[in-house]
Design a protein around this ligand. Structure first.
Ligand SMILES: *Cc1c(COP(=O)(O)O)cnc(C)c1O
Length: 362
């Protein structure tokens, strides 16, 4: 057995061990082809099956019907920041954005290059420690769309409820909490997620678009930056990132076999409860960065009493087999990322480590 650590990396991040084992088993000879998935044609029967299964599993797990298209594209979530306004922010229209931190700020910056942006709400003045209240999110009735970042990976906040936008399409960057719990995905007209946090390896972004929004896109877009190119050709207009899509398919199968999002939610709830219980019990030592009602289930962030203690914490954690606990440089402190593939055992073990560290360094 390989010597695996408890991997709390914020992204790329841990993958389910069962999935990695299948990848290993199938690597040299994918289902009797005598080739690895990386070496077969993206037009082959084998890859067609992988692609079709990934699409249908994503819809099944998220409870979405045929009014949605699922595509797998390159360029990361960051390319979506530009593609969304490029496709859907028409001349004279206004796009609305909620600013909840680094990633939404970047999305806003791209939209501003393409057209008019309305800031629907922001938690910037409060150092992004909270998600704005739903009733404080305000935008014109005829906005092209409202864009939100459902989980703020760096700061550690997450929407617990989503705005009802009526006729205004709701668009979400779900890169760091996609498929992590039961939500009503049909509220959204477009969802995108870089795979490398909750879905698979880096190199592919899953985009889910409702067909009525798709029909509203602009004419004359560069082919590769037009969503329709990819929906029409089922992500096979050009060579897709085949290996990454293959692993995403395996992760989706893993989610389905666990019992779908209900089962995933139960595990994720247990994990975050273990860590937040420590923050609540010892708030003078584990100093949470965000307001309790906005706490992320995926990225728990906190400071220790001194920066020296934080450095020591990260070093000692590493020696004890807990990797990736250093907070983002813009926030500092500690970040415990609890994506789908992190086990409850891993969360319990790191909580035990936190408690003994506190007792030794009180
Ligand atoms: C990681 C992350 C991104 C950036 O994803 P890339 O695939 O690296 O472009 C965007 N948004 C959120 C919420 C993220 O967590």
């Amino acid at each position: 057995m390989a010597n695996r650590v408890y991997n709390f990396n914020p992204g790329p991040s841990t993958l389910p061990l069962d999935v990695l084992k299948i990848v290993q088993e199938e690597l040299l000879d994918y289902r009797g082809t005598g080739m690895s998935v990386m070496e077969i044609s993206h037009r082959s029967a084998e890859y067609t099956e992988i692609n079709d299964t990934a699409i249908s599993l994503a819809k099944e797990i998220m409870g979405l019907g045929d009014d949605y298209s699922v595509i797998f594209v390159g360029g990361g979530a960051s390319t979506q920041f530009a593609m969304i306004p490029m496709n859907f922010l028409h001349e004279g229209e206004t796009a609305a954005y909620v600013d909840t931190g680094t990633w939404s700020t970047k999305a806003i910056k791209e939209a501003e290059k393409m057209g008019k942006v309305h800031l629907a709400a922001s938690s910037k003045e409060g150092d992004y420690k909270f998600i704005p209240k739903i009733e404080d999110i305000k935008y014109p009735d005829d906005a092209a769309y409202l864009h939100i970042t459902t989980n703020n990976t760096i700061k550690g906040t997450q929407y617990q409820i989503y705005p009802d936008t009526g006729n205004v399409p709701l668009i979400a960057d779900m890169s760091s909490d996609i498929c992590s719990r039961v939500i009503d995905f049909s509220k959204f007209s477009l969802i995108y997620a870089g795979a490398q946090k909750n879905l698979g390896p880096a190199g592919v972004t899953m985009v889910i678009i409702r067909n009525d929004l798709l029909e509203k896109r602009k004419d004359g877009l560069p082919t590769m930056l037009d969503y329709k190119t990819h929906t029409e050709k089922k992500s096979l207009f050009n060579t897709p990132p085949v290996f990454a899509v293959y692993v995403v398919k395996l992760v989706l199968e893993w989610i389905k076999n666990l019992g779908g999002l209900k089962a995933v939610q139960k595990l994720n709830r247990a994990k975050k409860d273990i860590i937040y219980a420590l923050l609540d019990e010892y708030p003078d030592y584990f100093r949470g960065n965000v307001q309790p009602e906005s706490r992320s289930w995926m990225n728990v962030t906190f400071r220790l009493p001194t920066e020296n203690l934080e450095t020591k914490f990260v070093d000692e954690a590493k020696k004890a087999g807990f990797i990736g606990l250093k907070g983002h440089r813009s926030v500092g402190g500690i970040r415990v990322s609890l994506y789908n593939a992190m086990t409850v055992e891993g969360a319990q073990k790191v909580a035990d480590f936190m408690e003994s560290f506190m007792k030794e360094n009180g």
